[in-house]
Design a protein around this ligand. Structure first.
Ligand SMILES: [Zn+2]
Length: 398
């Protein structure tokens, strides 16, 4: 009986010992997971009834609405319940090929853990000397930065990391990896022959730096897609326009040494990311409208609204193919998290009649029907105890 205070609570995500706590929700100080504990039944129990120490991992869905442009949900995704979300859709106004960019951050406000999606970086290059005189490297050609194409690994090292983490104290690249399989699949599955993607390449770099007092590690992923458009010219033979893009740029950050224990959580975050097909279709139509009508720049928000009002909820086959391609590429990227030890499991959510992929390694999962999930290894865990929400157990899918 004399077990005074030696009950050890462990984080179900990373296995770290948790400080004893009588609160129902905590954030693991080692991995940043949002944890929830069921209340001891009855509420008014004698103090002898100590909390059992059964913690569940708690996730929530966030929905990001495109306030500036189309006015509907642009995407949704799952993040740890106590993390915060910032960013969303930005209309760039000066790039008809890419009028809207998505950039955001989901992060643990009490720690260093974060998932970040960086804006796509569009580039342009040409072998036309007349054009390179007017648009030298470093300038912008219709919203595209003028720069020769490069492999994904170089783009991450030389452009993405310096641009977004260049100021970080102690910054060093500790690991790098080409993801040629990903590039191969991208090429094989490119549905939009018209878009003319002639090559694709993927990579990952792991960086380490200091954030406040902490040493952190961050994995940065990206894909480079290159479209070469030969243009016959009168005087100089065939000139080539190269439009290329650094795409699917995102990163995971954790305390140094902890990234791998969170890889399944990050995998679940990426796989839960769903662009709204309606939003995607209307964004693509806006782009097509601007290109067809040779609108190089949107001058004010009223003009943007007018163009958007020309778009419809119709989703053409081409747009649907391209939408599916984006989702599949994200799933494939998430499969590449090199140390993904546990991966994800699919569960059937009876409240939505849909499957949802959650970090694996837990035997029990619950849904409350409003986008929140709890994962636990404890069979006696029941989030309905003393809760005014209705939690339903979910079945793991084979
Ligand atoms: Zn933890």
């Amino acid at each position: 009986m004399a077990t005074s205070g030696v009950a050890v609570d462990r984080c179900p995500q990373c296995g770290a010992n948790l400080p004893s706590s009588d609160s129902e929700r905590i954030t693991c100080a080692y991995c940043g997971s949002s944890l929830i504990r069921q209340r001891p039944g009855g509420g008014q129990e004698a103090p002898a009834e100590e909390p059992t120490g059964a913690w569940g991992v708690h996730l929530k869905a966030i929905s990001c609405v495109d306030q500036q442009g189309i006015g509907i949900e642009a995407f949704r995704m799952l993040i740890p319940a106590d993390w915060q979300f910032e960013g969303g859709v930005q209309w760039t106004m000066n790039n008809p090929g890419m009028p809207a960019v998505v950039a955001f951050r989901a992060y643990n406000p009490q720690g260093v853990e974060a998932f970040e999606a960086f804006p796509n970086l569009p580039f342009y290059w040409t072998n036309n000397p007349m054009l390179t005189m007017t648009f030298p490297a470093g300038s912008f050609y219709y919203g595209n930065e003028v720069r020769p194409p490069a492999p994904a690994l170089d783009v991450l090292r030389e452009i993405v990391v310096p641009r977004y983490r260049g100021q970080a104290p102690g910054l060093q690249i500790v690991d790098r990896e080409r993801l040629p399989e990903l590039a191969q699949q991208l090429r094989a599955n490119d549905p939009s022959a018209g878009a003319g993607v002639t090559s694709a390449d993927g990579a990952r770099v792991r960086i380490r730096y200091q954030l406040g007092e902490r040493d952190v590690e961050e994995d940065v992923f990206g894909v480079v897609e290159v479209s070469q458009v030969p243009t016959p010219t009168f005087m100089m033979g065939a000139m080539e326009n190269v439009f290329w893009m650094a795409d699917y740029l995102f990163s995971f950050r954790a305390q140094a040494g902890q990234l791998d224990s969170l890889s399944d959580m990050f995998m679940a975050i990426v796989r839960s990311f769903r662009l709204n097909p309606q939003w995607y279709a209307r964004t693509m139509q806006t782009s097509q409208y601007m290109i067809q009508n040779q609108i190089q720049q949107i001058h004010h928000i009223g003009q943007l609204s007018k163009i958007i009002s020309q778009t419809s909820n119709q989703i053409s086959d081409m747009i649907m193919d391209s939408y599916n391609q984006r989702q599949q590429t994200l799933d494939r990227l998430s499969d590449q998290f090199s140390q993904a030890i546990r991966g994800v499991d699919a569960y059937h959510d009876p409240t939505t009649e849909q499957n949802v992929e959650l970090p694996s390694g837990y035997d029990y999962a619950w849904s409350n029907g409003i986008g929140e999930y709890i994962l636990t290894t404890d069979p006696s865990f029941d989030p309905n105890i003393d809760s005014n929400l209705n939690w339903e157990p979910m079945k793991r899918q084979p």
